[in-house]
Design a protein around this ligand. Structure first.
Ligand code: 3H9
Length: 695
């Protein structure tokens, strides 16, 4: 046996078999160094006359996460992945790839270019490039259809979905599925290839029959579901080219891939990928997280029910406390309904569903939270009620318990100060519906112990959430930006745009719903209560739009009353409520305003600029750690279109000069609302971008 180690691949030989092992933690991402090392190792083993078969496998948790995403947008360096794969495809000696754990994107493409594939049980494969605004760029769109057929390949590639081990074996993505360690499985498969027991063959030799009905159906589905995204449609075009001779198909795939590489969609989606992960880098990360084994949630309303469900889905025993005894059964039913829904959607197995139900206890007795490791308060937004509750929790809870509030706006420092253990108090701000929305703002009060911050992050990850660190201020990161976004849309309405035009413009930008549809959904009365709560502290120079209050005065609170900005009759799509339009027009007359015309682009520009300016203020004040954290908040909590990357990512695309110029122009109409944040001025002076701050 000969050994040869480079940093990232290990090459060895055993008898007539050569082995190449990928060893590049944490995920064996295939960047230029790994490509080159694999290429060199393969070339060397080809020239070794003692070697008759080659095994390629990976070390670590999984085979490989695919191409190195950090290289995207940089100049291509040779050998490119298609070049390395061509050599493997044309290999004079059979190459057998062993896939374990995960083989995504370029990693699966690498395997498809080799002559046989072995899967280790538990394997998941995918070509998830469309989720990054790309398509498989190293032969995946040509070779997968040759193995699984055109229709199945369209489904896998255009959705980017994961394929489990059973499906991979059934569809022929892997030639065999085995238990055990990758190296040994590879050796055995190589011996079988040499003995003629396992058939090694070139995928490229296979011919594909066109299937126009499958292609038309897929195109119609993509256009209906994802009309704003280019990558899935281009991926479909690439897969269709697999009916051509393979060299032509590969060339076409490469052209489409390079087009997408330059698109803002790709840049936005890759930014979103890294933003989701960057939030974990917090100043407290050296402090060790504490163990949480049991959770109590206080409040049996929508939020409490959702939070309880989220922890149950994460495998925690949960005690749900609803103070009004006649509502305890209703709270339990709410959680059960959520769990049932998760079961129906295939989010949990029958066994996990049964375990989650067993893990739930519901009570009206606050004293029962005494033994919980974590207590999450989710009662209504009232400071007195919250401080009263925290005083009681202080007396009841065991020492060393973590006390969390789910407040969305209130001062967590004041809530902490109501207890004798302010170090143990933290904000865990979930978003409704809490068992579905992935964002959790971890609100760090002045007194919060660093271990609780790391505990909150670990816990949130464990239940599948994206935690983002936020400082204490009114609305933390997300709701303070939402407030400004809403105000910008309300001023547009006041100044002459129709609410349905504003909604449509923002929906075309990519939001699932415009701000007025969202208000109708959330309940106009709820927003009115918040405005009333803040009325005393509203600066006199702030413009105030009464339109929503006047709509509420009619008893129109949105969806729940069948009328708001829109009419909801249950059977048809909502239509504009002419009464709401009249109220808006009358209010403009009262103010003596001639309605202005706004283009859709102008509407989006104003709403987005308001978000960016508030994001810049949150950064300036240290409420958010990084621009990417703000983007993560917007993407995972507020439905900001993922392919746009988030408001701060977009700010860099728009450019700081343009943003400042926009704000100064708008300020001519309203100098109170439109103020240039100091951070933007500093960035302009220093030639800095938000991306620089993320780095
Ligand atoms: C592609 O292959 C294109 C080809 O068709 C054509 C080429 C010509 N690159 O997620 P985690 C980092 S497109 C670089 O926390 P997990 C990640 O940022 C690619 N870095 O771990 C993080 O870094 P940090 C198609 C990557 O266990 C660390 O690794 N492939 C990559 O929860 C740990 O990641 C994909 O889209 C990468 N490819 O999940 C797969 N992947 O610690 C994307 C991860 O500094 N990756 N990192 O924050 C994933 O889905 C998950 O990372 C995976 C592991 C399931 C693999």
């Amino acid at each position: 046996m000969k050994d040869d180690n480079t940093d990232i691949v290990r090459v060895e030989t055993e008898g007539e078999i050569g082995l190449i092992c990928l060893s590049k933690p944490p995920v064996n991402a295939i960047g230029v160094a790994l490509r080159k090392a694999v290429h060199d190792a393969h070339t060397r083993l080809l020239s070794d006359p003692a070697i008759n078969a080659i095994v390629l496998y990976g070390e670590g948790r999984f085979f490989s996460a695919g191409a190195d995403i950090r290289d995207f947008g940089k100049a291509a360096v040779q050998p490119t992945l298609p070049e390395v794969l061509k050599a493997l495809n044309d290999s004079a000696k059979p190459v057998i790839t062993v896939l374990h754990g995960v083989a995504f994107g370029g990693a699966l493409e690498l395997a498809l270019a080799t002559q046989a594939r072995v899967g280790i049980r538990g394997l998941k494969v995918a070509l998830p490039e469309v989720k990054l605004g790309l398509l498989p760029g190293a032969g995946g769109s040509q070779r997968l259809p040759r193995l699984v057929g055109l229709a199945a390949a369209i489904d896998i590639i255009c959705t980017g979905r994961e394929v489990d081990d059973t499906e991979a074996a059934a569809t022929g993505i892997v030639d065999r599925l085995v238990e055990g360690a990758p190296r040994e499985a590879g050796m055995e498969a190589a011996r079988d290839v040499l003995a003629g027991v396992l058939h090694a063959r070139q995928t490229d030799a296979q011919m594909i029959t066109p299937d126009p009905p499958a292609v038309d159906a897929a195109r119609a589905k993509l256009l209906a579901k994802r009309p704003l995204l280019a990558a899935p449609l281009k991926a479909l075009d690439a897969v269709c080219a697999s009916t051509l001779p393979v060299d032509q198909g590969l060339a076409y795939e490469r052209t489409l891939f390079m087009d997408l590489m330059d698109s803002p969609e790709r840049a936005g989606l890759v930014h979103a990928f890294f933003a989701e992960r960057a939030t974990a880098k917090i100043p407290e990360r050296a402090s060790e997280a504490r163990e949480i084994r049991s959770v109590a949630v206080i409040g049996g309303g929508t939020m409490g029910i959702g939070i309880a469900t989220a922890f149950l889905l994460g495998g925690f025993p949960v005690q749900l406390v609803e103070g009004q005894s006649d509502r305890v059964a209703q709270a339990r039913a709410g959680v059960e309904q959520n769990l049932e829904g998760a079961l129906r959607r295939g989010k949990l197995s029958g066994a996990t569903h049964a375990a989650a139900l067993k893990n739930l206890t519901c009570t009206d007795a606050l004293e029962e939270v005494a033994s919980a490791d974590l207590i999450v308060e989710a009662i209504f937004e009232d400071m007195n009620a919250k401080t009263d509750l925290f005083k009681k929790l202080d007396a009841i809870c065991k020492p060393g318990a973590m006390l969390a509030t789910n407040t969305s706006y209130l001062d967590v420092n004041a809530i902490a100060a109501a207890t004798s253990r302010a170090n143990d108090v933290i904000g865990l701000h979930f978003f409704s519906p809490a068992h579905i929305m992935r964002l959790v703002e971890v609100v760090v009060a002045d007194s919060t112990a660093p271990e609780w911050v790391t505990t909150a992050f670990a816990l949130a990850r464990k239940i599948g959430k994206v935690p983002v660190r936020a400082g204490v201020c009114d609305g933390f990161i997300g709701n303070r930006i939402l407030t400004q976004y809403r105000k910008a849309s309300e001023y547009l309405l006041l100044d002459g745009a129709d609410f349905d035009q504003i909604d449509a413009a923002l929906e075309s930008f990519g939001f699932a719903m415009g701000p007025f549809s969202v208000s109708d959904l959330a309940g106009l009365d709820i927003a009115r209560m918040t405005r009333q709560r803040k009325a005393a502290t509203r600066p006199p120079e702030e413009r105030y739009s009464r339109i929503s209050d006047l709509i509420c005065d009619q008893g129109w609170f949105g969806r729940k009353t069948g009328k708001g900005y829109y009419l909801y009759d249950g059977s048809n799509a909502p239509s504009v409520n002419p009464g709401a339009t009249e109220i808006a027009e009358a209010e403009r007359r009262v103010l003596g305003k001639d309605p202005e015309q706004f283009s859709d682009e102008e509407i989006v520009a104003r709403c987005l600029t308001a978000m960016i300016a508030e994001g810049a203020r949150a950064l300036q004040e240290g409420i958010a750690l990084r621009p990417a954290d703000i983007d993560a908040v917007e993407l995972f909590g507020y439905g900001f279109p993922r392919h746009r990357g988030g408001p701060m990512h977009m700010a860099d695309q728009i450019g700081i000069d343009t943003l400042i110029c926009r704000i100064e122009t708008y300020a001519a109409e309203d100098a109170h609302f439109w103020q240039v944040p100091q951070l933007l001025r500093d960035m302009q002076k220093n030639g800095q971008s938000f991306a620089d701050m993320n780095a």
